[in-house]
Write a protein that binds this ligand. Structure first.
Ligand SMILES: CC(C)(COP(=O)(O)OP(=O)(O)OC[C@H]1O[C@@H](n2cnc3c(N)ncnc32)[C@H](O)[C@@H]1OP(=O)(O)O)[C@@H](O)C(=O)NCCC(=O)NCCS
Length: 168
């Protein structure tokens, strides 16, 4: 996809509203998109943890976080519509989501991602599972049950890397 020049004034990153749940749910899901499917109900319950990016009033991307015990948050539902990619919207969403997470006093943020470069540029570092207690690792990996590609990170077909951002 070639870069499109979007006019900044037509773009806004904002907190998600209940009536954004449908489109966010549509953004997620399926092997094709390398994302875990999130139902509208699940998103609605956690709507305060979601952000969207709008272009001329149309929602064209989303990001959210899932809270785990011990003040840890996982970035989820990270998506930008195909036609709007490579314009910095994904990077903007991650910065805004980090701001939201840090503002809530959560200083340990991680992601399982196929887009390591983008996260690395922001300050995320590649890591391994040793940093999680076994019980938390198990909780995080429950999502692997919904992945069509692989059964978990030890499965050779898994194409995701674990990256961590720690604020100190
Ligand atoms: C991952 C995703 C959200 C990124 O969204 P995006 O809006 O394209 O993100 P950005 O524009 O900030 O960055 C994407 C790339 O474009 C580049 N880019 C950004 N602005 C640019 C510009 N003005 N000119 C040229 N390149 C630019 C970035 O450097 C980045 O390069 P990289 O691929 O080497 O990291 C999007 O590709 C997507 O939805 N993919 C499918 C779902 C998915 O994989 N989600 C992640 C699951 S873990």
């Amino acid at each position: 996809m070639t870069k499109r020049t979007l006019k900044q004034k037509n773009l806004v990153i904002r907190r998600a509203k209940v009536n954004d749940c449908k489109v966010i749910s549509k953004f997620t899901g399926g092997q094709k998109k390398d994302m875990i499917k999130r139902g509208e109900g699940e998103i609605r319950k956690n709507i305060d943890n979601y952000l969207v990016v709008e272009h001329c009033g149309k929602v064209v991307g989303s990001v959210g976080y899932h809270y785990y015990d011990n003040n840890k948050a996982e970035i989820i539902s990270f998506y930008v519509d195909d036609d709007y990619r490579k314009n910095g919207l994904g990077t903007g969403l991650i910065y805004s989501c980090l701001g939201l997470i840090l503002s809530r006093g959560i200083y340990f943020v991680f992601t399982l991602t196929t887009t390591s470069n983008l996260f690395s540029r922001i300050g995320f570092k590649k890591s391994n599972w040793d940093i999680f207690a076994p019980v938390l690792r198990k909780k995080i990996l429950k999502d692997c049950n919904n992945c069509l590609r692989a059964s978990g990170p030890d499965d050779q077909r898994c194409n995701e890397s674990l990256l961590v951002f720690m604020y100190s």
